[in-house]
Design a protein around this ligand. Structure first.
Ligand code: BTN
Length: 252
C-alpha cells in the first residue's frame, strides 16, 4: 500500500498520521492496524487519511461517497478516559470539533442533525462514524471516522441533500489547512471530553438547533419535541402524550 507518515504533537494527542492514496475505508484500515499490533501498544493517536475510499462506510450500513481528492476522509484511533456509558459523547465531541473548523470558513448556517450529521444551509456536509472494540466490556479502542465534503462542485443525483464547503463559501478549500485545523480542534475538545464530559453536552447544546424544541417524527411514527441531551449523549424527547423517550442512535 502506498503510504506516508506524518507525526504531530498536539496538546493532548500525539498523532501518527498514515496518509494513504487508496483504501477501502480509513475506519476499516485502522481496525486492522489495531488488531495487528501487540495488545500492549498505545494505539491512541494513530490516524489515517486517504485520497479516496473504495468502500467508504456510513452509519446504519450505508456507504459514504468518497471521490478522489475532493473530500476529507479521516479516522483516528482513540481510547478516551471516560465511563463506558458515556462513550457516545465521543461522536458529539467530533461533531463540535468539525463545527468549530467549519466556523473558520463560514460565519453562519452551520447546524447538526442529531446525532452527528453536520449541515451547512440545511444540507449535509459531514458525517461521523464512531466504532468501538471491547474485551469483556472493557474498551480496547474507539475509531472516530470523519468524512467532510470539501471541494465537490456537484453530487450524484441520489445525494441531493448533500453539499460541500466549497459550494457554501464559493472558493477551493486547502485540504491540508482544513485537516490541520480539524486535528487541533479534535485535540482541544477531546481534552474537554476527558476532563469534564458534561461540558461536551453543554457545548453541543449551545451550538445546535436540534437540542431543544425541535419537532420530530420518530422512526416508530410517534411525534415529539427535543428536550436536550442525557449525560451519556442520548437525545431526550417529550412525546405528545407527555411521556418522555431517549434516543441513542437513530435516523431522524
Ligand atoms: C455517516 O454520515 O453515515 C457517517 C459517514 C462517515 C464517513 C467517514 S469517511 C472516513 C471514515 N471512513 C469510513 O469508511 N467512514 C468514515
Amino acid at each position: 500500500m502506498n503510504r506516508s507518515l506524518t507525526t504531530l504533537f498536539l496538546s493532548r494527542l500525539n498523532i501518527t498520521l498514515h496518509r494513504l492514496k487508496v483504501v477501502d475505508s480509513t475506519n476499516t484500515y485502522l481496525k486492522s492496524v489495531a488488531s495487528n499490533l501487540p495488545s500492549s501498544t498505545n494505539l491512541e493517536g494513530i490516524a489515517a487519511t486517504a485520497e479516496m475510499q473504495t468502500s467508504g462506510r456510513g452509519r446504519m450500513g450505508r456507504t459514504w461517497y468518497s471521490p478522489t481528492g475532493e473530500g476529507l476522509y479521516l479516522s483516528l484511533l482513540l481510547k478516551p478516559r471516560l465511563e463506558i456509558e458515556r462513550l457516545p459523547l465521543l461522536a458529539l465531541t467530533c461533531a463540535i470539533a468539525v463545527y468549530e473548523t467549519l466556523h473558520r470558513y463560514l460565519e453562519q448556517g452551520i447546524d447538526i442533525k442529531w446525532p452527528n450529521d453536520l449541515l451547512v444551509h440545511n444540507r449535509k456536509v459531514c458525517g461521523i462514524l464512531c466504532e468501538a472494540a471491547f474485551e469483556r466490556s472493557e474498551l480496547l479502542y474507539a475509531i472516530a471516522g470523519i468524512g467532510v465534503n470539501l471541494n465537490q462542485k456537484e453530487f450524484p443525483e441520489e445525494l441531493n441533500s448533500a453539499t460541500s464547503l466549497r459550494i457554501a463559501v464559493g472558493y477551493e478549500i486547502d485540504k491540508e489547512d482544513f485537516l490541520h485545523e480539524l486535528l487541533n480542534q479534535i485535540d482541544r475538545w477531546y481534552a474537554v471530553l476527558e476532563s469534564n464530559s458534561d461540558e461536551i453536552r453543554q457545548a453541543w447544546t449551545n451550538r445546535f438547533s436540534y437540542a431543544y424544541g425541535k419537532k420530530l417524527l420518530l422512526p416508530d411514527g410517534c411525534s415529539g419535541t427535543t428536550r436536550g441531551l442525557t449525560a451519556s449523549g442520548s437525545l431526550l424527547i417529550e412525546l405528545e402524550d407527555g411521556t418522555s423517550r431517549t434516543l441513542r442512535d437513530a435516523d431522524l
